[in-house]
Design a protein around this ligand. Structure first.
Ligand code: NAD
Length: 267
């Protein structure tokens, strides 16, 4: 039986990951939280609203990497690089769901992936990964001279990064479909006298509020018609089940960077 460690196990996703790991029949090796977090010492089963597992939350990530076959990180961008370094040192597979990483933080993940298997996805749901594949295909057909692309997302009021990692991944899929680099065509913020829309640019719009788990629309707009591809998440379980599936898949794989298209075999 594969044993899974969960970093950030008392967070919204962490608790859902514990439940998903139990439901998938995995062994929950343990979980960590920030030093000083109130959850330290609490049983992981209790945190997830399940029967006690006899494993308490700690702040010792190195010990968790020593114990587990594979470790899942849904924490914060500032924590992800040191977790990746620990994965490489311990020779353990890593699944990363944390979003909003800077270029330097991402470089630490990429470095770890030359030593161990790393599955990284801005979104672990089957539906969003299919949406990305559809977006790439549609963008390759609907050219920039007539079709404008906008990515619209909405999340709960606690989300700290914008646009969401998923919105950026969908923008990247659209840019890939058109054979361009997203960084050279993205309009991430519009305010004031912006001037007319630049043909070929990919725009982003961010909404925040309430308890929305995550909604994404890729909108293709031309004169006289619009095509909208939408995914609505109503339960975080879709992400945690996908991440646990990725963790079971990653344990024992060759070192390298993988994404959900590899795990779901829709690449
Ligand atoms: P959250 O704030 O509820 O949970 C994060 C948890 O990590 C907190 O409990 C925090 O105390 C803990 N943490 C922070 N630093 C830590 C450290 N150094 N060691 C151990 N624990 C630490 O946030 P959330 O809603 O669970 O989201 C977490 C991350 O996952 C965010 O970046 C979010 O965007 C991302 N996310 C990704 C997906 C996906 O499918 N990839 C889905 C949902 C959320």
């Amino acid at each position: 039986m594969t044993s899974i460690g969960i970093l950030g196990c008392a967070g919204r996703m962490g608790r859902s990951l514990i439940a998903a790991g139990i439901d998938a029949g995995a062994t929950i090796a343990g979980g960590t939280e920030r030093p000083g977090a109130v959850a330290i010492g609490i049983d992981l089963g209790t945190l997830a609203g399940r029967d006690p597992l006899g494993v308490a939350v700690t702040d010792d990530a190195a010990a968790l990497f020593a114990l587990a076959d594979v470790v899942i990180d849904f924490t914060a961008p500032v924590a992800a690089p040191s977790h990746a370094t620990l994965a490489a040192k311990a020779g353990k597979a890593l699944v990363i769901g944390t979003t909003g990483l800077s270029v330097d933080q991402q470089a630490a993940i990429d470095l770890a992936a030359s030593h161990v298997p790393v599955v990284q996805a801005a979104n672990f749901s089957l539906g969003v990964n299919l949406l990305a594949a559809l977006t790439r295909k549609v963008a390759s057909i609907l050219g920039p001279s007539q079709w404008d692309i906008e990515v619209i997302e909405m999340h709960h009021r606690h989300k700290v990064d914008a646009p969401s990692g998923t919105a950026l991944a969908l923008g990247r899929a659209a840019a890939d479909g058109r054979g361009v680099d997203l960084d050279t065509v993205s309009d991430r913020v519009r305010d004031g006298h912006t001037g007319a829309r630049v043909p070929g640019h990919i725009g982003f719009a961010t909404l925040r509020g309430g308890d929305v788990v995550g909604e994404h629309t890729v909108l293709f707009a031309a004169d006289g018609e619009r095509l909208e591809l939408t995914h609505k998440a109503t339960d975080r379980g879709i992400f945690s089940r996908g991440a646990v599936h990725a963790a079971l898949w990653a344990a024992g794989k060759a070192p390298g960077r993988y994404d959900m298209a590899h795990v779901l075999e829709i690449a």
